[in-house]
Design a protein. Structure first.
Length: 182
């Protein structure tokens, strides 16, 4: 049994596969609540984690925290059960081939072009979504793994990491609070 999870967007999804294909899937719009909702989805799908032979996580790009949640949960399950683990790009879970976009910064998107390059753009291109509208676009869905199984990036539970493409920019606070000095 294969369990795929996607938490890189506000739509949290999970899917279970066997040797013949998709067995079951579920998803829920859950911005800022990926971990709790992912657990509920797996319970809804009646997934016995000890019977899963392979975990596949959506490694992004997408939400910085959301992506980390799904990757870390899959890594933990694979580590504790001894299952195989791999990652799949969120672009592949939206569109097997072609142009796909994920929100990056305010009014900016990361776009996978038709040639497979990932570029920054000021417009949503191809299929994609905005983080504000649960009905507005195409979100990565774990069930779409059937179309891109050959693109899984296999790793160990220790080595699987999110694919941020562009790392988040973090700056130091301009004013130190609480009497602490930098």
């Amino acid at each position: 049994m294969i369990c795929c999870v996607s938490t890189s967007s506000p739509l949290v999804s999970a899917a279970v596969f066997n040797g013949e294909g998709l067995v079951s899937e579920a998803s829920v719009y859950a911005p800022r609540n990926a971990s709790g909702q992912l657990i509920k989805l797996l319970e809804q799908l009646e997934v016995d984690l000890d019977r899963v032979e392979t975990f596949v996580a959506d490694i992004g790009p997408g939400s910085f925290s959301g992506t980390r949640v799904g990757v870390m949960m899959a890594k933990t399950w694979a580590w504790t059960t001894g299952a195989k683990i791999g990652g799949i790009l969120s672009f592949d879970l939206m569109a097997a081939d072609g142009v796909a976009s994920v929100p990056f910064k305010k009014d900016r998107w990361l776009v996978r072009t038709s040639s497979g390059d990932i570029v920054e753009s000021d417009s949503l291109e191809g299929c994609g979504y905005t983080s504000l509208d649960p009905d507005g676009g195409t979100f990565p869905k774990a069930a779409n793994l059937t179309q891109v199984f050959d693109r899984i990036k296999w790793a160990t539970a220790v080595d699987l990491v999110p694919e941020y493409v562009l790392l988040p920019s973090i700056s130091r606070p301009k004013k130190v609070s609480g009497g602490l000095k930098p």
